[in-house]
Design a protein around this ligand. Structure first.
Ligand code: NAD
Ligand code: UDP
Ligand code: UDP
Length: 332
């Protein structure tokens, strides 16, 4: 094992730490994951091309001796030495992944091939941050891992949905062909501090609009549903999945099974912020899924994982984060 060799050479540490690569580590989920891993004593190598990630997200880590940051686009090969790989690199907001759709597909497909090639050379465990979008606009509700999904292969969301579906295929083929230890998490809508104010996803949009008393932009009539997971819960799930034995591959749904309409989300955010915002109904984007809720039986049974943070509690933390950010920006 690489880390054992390294620690033997270093010769001073009593608890061997793992060396962990996090791609997309400067993004919303990635920065929380890096922080959690470093705080638990691991060595983290964060790789990011800063497409939607920022160094600011990593503020607290940049001085840590257990943390390293490389600016790199994973669609190009990467030669480093690590024990585990969390492959999170990929823009996740529809606004950002549709801005350069070819690059989005390349990131999921070429990027995954490179990270799988790296894992193969090192015999490292590798986890894919996949998505509930692999279920598309689902006819089965709630969504169980056994559902194959209903994805439009040629629409504006396809670069993301089909990119992730192909990444899942590649993960399973590297396992079948090269016996790699793989883990696939299908992540459902997750929110929290460190989303960008202009991220474009619904929670950050509504919170920023509410805090600035601007109209809340609901796409469609707001009857579509999503199930929102607070970031801390999600990170627990990712780490628990990575730490399972090699026979556990997933895909495993990770998300909060409590479902809300987008209209109810808007009303809750207006109430919690005490905002004067009105609601502005806008056209529904093409192929926007009408309903989404994870069946998390597998996560409960295999990982012993279940989300603990309610939408109300998670939103209060998210609102406090954006409130501070907007106040600091106003002062600067
Ligand atoms: P994000 O946009 O905040 O983070 C993505 C990170 O990947 C950014 O730091 C970005 O700069 C980086 N990146 C993008 N392309 C890259 C490339 N080619 N090479 C290197 N770095 C690259 O998004 P997020 O919400 O943190 O999502 C992280 C991962 O989790 C993504 O793979 C996403 O598909 C998945 N996911 C997230 C959610 C969610 O609700 N947050 C839901 C489902 C899946
Ligand atoms: N790769 C990488 N780092 C490594 C090993 C491989 O980035 O440490 C990339 C390399 O670009 C390669 C891809 O991963 O094209 C797939 O590797 P694999 O060994 O599966 O296939 P091959 O090298 O035969 O194309
Ligand atoms: N949405 C909305 N207003 C916004 C942003 C998003 O009504 O300002 C809707 C969007 O159409 C979708 C839901 O909220 O029905 C979740 O959108 P998001 O982009 O956060 O995630 P995804 O569609 O990928 O689940």
């Amino acid at each position: 094992m690489i880390h054992e060799q390294r620690i033997r050479t270093a010769g001073f540490r009593s608890h061997p730490s793992k060396r962990i690569l996090v791609t997309g580590g400067a993004g919303f989920l990635g920065s929380h994951l890096c922080e959690r891993l470093v705080n638990s004593g691991q060595e983290v190598l964060c790789v990011d091309n800063f497409y939607t990630g920022t160094k600011v997200n990593l503020g607290g880590l940049l001085d840590s001796s257990r943390f390293e940051l490389i600016r790199h686009d994973i669609t190009f090969p990467l030669y480093v030495e690590v024990d585990e790989i969390y492959n999170l690199a990929c823009p996740a907001s529809p606004v950002h992944y549709q801005y350069d759709p070819v690059q989005t597909t390349k990131t999921s497909v070429h990027g995954s091939i490179n990270m799988l090639g790296l894992a193969k050379r090192l015999n490292a465990k590798i986890l894919l941050a996949s998505t509930s979008e692999v279920y598309g606009d689902p006819e089965v509700h709630p969504q169980h891992e056994s559902y194959w999904g209903r994805v439009n292969p040629i629409g504006p969301r396809s670069c993301y949905d089909e990119g992730k579906r192909c990444a899942e295929t590649l993960f399973f083929d590297y396992r079948r062909q090269h016996n790699l230890s793989i883990k696939i998490a299908r992540i459902f809508n997750t929110y929290g501090p460190r989303m960008l104010p202009d991220d474009g996803r619904v929670v950050s949009n509504f919170v920023v609009q509410a805090l600035t008393d601007r109209p809340i932009t609901i796409y469609g009539d707001g009857s579509q549903t999503r199930s929102f997971c607070f970031v801390d819960d999600l990170i627990d799930g990712l780490i628990q999945l990575m730490n399972t034995t090699d026979d556990i591959t997933g895909p495993i749904n990770l998300g909060n099974p409590t479902e809300f309409t987008i209209l109810a989300l808007a009303q809750l955010i207006v109430e919690l912020t005490g905002s004067k915002s009105c609601i502005d109904f806008k056209p529904l984007p093409i192929d926007d899924p009408k309903q989404r809720r994870p069946n998390i039986t597998q996560a409960r049974q295999i990982l012993g994982w279940t989300p603990t943070v309610s939408l109300h509690a998670g939103l209060l933390k998210t609102i406090a984060y954006f409130d501070n950010l907007l106040t600091a920006d106003a002062i600067a």
